[in-house]
Design a protein around this ligand. Structure first.
Ligand code: NI
Length: 146
């Protein structure tokens, strides 16, 4: 396992669209392990592969009671709205209030490449929305209310 460098706000890669992961192999497994470790040492709640410079649709999440990776995640349903205080490891020391869905339903593949559906609410819904945005080149500052 290794800690990878986190790409910061001005890095153009953060604005690119990540590619669908077509097959599971050792490199994907290692990338996910590194992402967990990189997230942990940086005290993050979530991390997308693009943030370590890899344009693949992979995210990792770690909050109390939830720790998992998702490959090719897609939000298929949202419900309600919540206001939250958001930050991002690519935008250190920036925290702003945003609005996110209260609940999200997400489909994707788990770490073993098996299909999963996750129904999330509260903080987990915020983290999933934030990380899945990264896969389309969207940063949370794009969603601030003007
Ligand atoms: Ni982020």
């Amino acid at each position: 396992m290794a800690i990878r460098n986190i790409r910061l706000e001005k890095d153009e890669i953060l604005r690119k669209k990540s590619r669908v992961v077509e097959k599971y192999d050792e490199r994907i497994k290692e990338l996910i392990e590194d992402m967990f470790e990189t997230m942990k040492v940086n005290d993050g709640a979530g991390l997308a592969a693009v943030q370590v410079g890899i344009l693949k649709r992979i995210i990792v999440v770690e909050i109390p009671d939830h720790k998992f990776a998702l490959i090719n995640p897609k939000i298929i349903e949202t419900e309600g709205e919540q206001e939250c205080e958001e930050g991002c490891l690519s935008l250190p020391n920036q925290f702003y209030k945003t609005k996110r869905p209260m609940k999200v339903k997400v489909e994707g593949l788990d770490e073993d490449f098996n299909p999963v559906t996750i129904e999330a609410e509260g903080l987990l819904a915020v983290v999933l929305s934030h990380e899945i945005d990264h896969l389309d080149g969207i940063l949370f500052i794009d969603r601030l209310e003007r």
